[in-house]
Design a protein around this ligand. Structure first.
Ligand code: FE2
Length: 313
């Protein structure tokens, strides 16, 4: 990131309390073979998240645009605003499906959203809920024994952890007024730097626009290297279809060398991210004596297992 997006890197360092606190090394994923287990930390990688939208959503958006009078900063009709209702989303979560979560977890110190293409309103911009940060912080504070990535208990489970349960997050955003949610729209090259406890959700891309080809898209993999953007491989016989407004983002986590420290003797040494967490807990001075009570552990999510299989195709 230092070379690829120096402005953002500078902001990342400021938010995390200095470059010396950020881990730019690598980690290994347990349980996978050696060809896929090394993961570089705090880098912009090729983990693109692409949303080309669907025909059904395109029709919904078009129909909604003809229902009522557009208003507001985004110039949307009431029907379009309804299609973007954050309370209708069912994918709320915080990132970091690869480790047991503690309040001070170092694996996900920031959540960047990197825009590789313009995202307009209705174009699938990530929805975020800043007002749910205190709920997240309180939950993790009360569970120094750690939690699964979906905020459920690690111990005493009736069934093994496999499928992500959005229940905790859905409840966390439910009382938040619609006006308090934000959408990560912007221009290609924009980067959002979100607090690690920012609850967020994917949103539909209603803006499919016109098409290069009329065929149905199939699996495609985009390879990204820092200075040789972009290679495109079509791995199935169907012709690739590209909408004019596909959403292209990445969400590379920023990792720390050491966990967040919420019990510093010198209060001025708290990073901005640490201070935000403390403020969210209503304890801006620090958490005297707070520490985790169980061992930190990595998890191999089903997502990573599937990606490992795809890389061998
Ligand atoms: Fe996410």
């Amino acid at each position: 990131m230092r070379d690829f997006c120096p402005k953002a890197w500078s902001a990342i360092c400021e938010l995390c309390g200095g470059e010396d606190r950020i881990d730019t090394g690598s980690s290994t994923t347990p349980g996978l073979d050696s060809s896929v287990q090394d993961i570089s930390l705090s880098v912009i990688n090729d983990g693109f998240i692409v949303n080309v939208g669907s025909k059904a959503d395109e029709v919904k958006w078009k129909d909604a645009s003809a229902q009522g009078t557009p208003s507001g900063p985004d110039h949307l009709t009431p029907a379009q605003q309804k299609l973007l209702d954050p309370h209708d989303r069912t994918n709320w979560h915080v990132d970091g499906d690869f480790f047991h979560h503690f309040l001070d977890s170092k694996e996900q110190a920031l959540l960047p959203i990197v825009l590789f293409k313009d995202i307009k309103i209705g174009g699938g911009g990530t929805m975020i809920c800043p007002d749910a940060i205190p709920t997240m912080a309180e939950h993790l504070y009360k569970h120094p024994e750690g939690l699964m990535p979906d905020m459920t208990n690690i111990e005493g489970r009736e069934k093994p952890y496999k499928d992500f349960d959005h229940g905790f997050f859905d409840e966390a955003v439910k009382p938040v007024a619609k006006t308090q949610f934000k959408t990560a729209t912007g221009k290609a090259g924009d980067i959002y730097l979100l607090h690690p406890l920012m609850v967020h959700s994917a949103a539909p891309n209603y803006l499919r626009g016109r098409y290069i080809s009329s065929h149905t898209p199939s699996l495609f993999i985009i390879s990204f290297l820092p200075r040789s953007y972009t290679s495109l491989y079509i791995s199935a016989p169907q012709t690739l279809t590209l909408a004019t407004e596909p959403r292209f983002i990445t969400n590379p986590p920023v990792a720390l060398k050491q966990p967040f420290n919420f019990d510093r003797t010198d209060g001025s040494a708290y990073s901005l991210v640490e201070q935000k967490t403390l403020n969210a807990l209503g304890q801006p001075q620090g958490l005297k004596g707070w520490k985790i009570t169980t061992e930190r552990k990595q998890i191999v999510p089903e997502r990573v297992k599937e990606q490992a299989k795809m890389k061998k195709i």
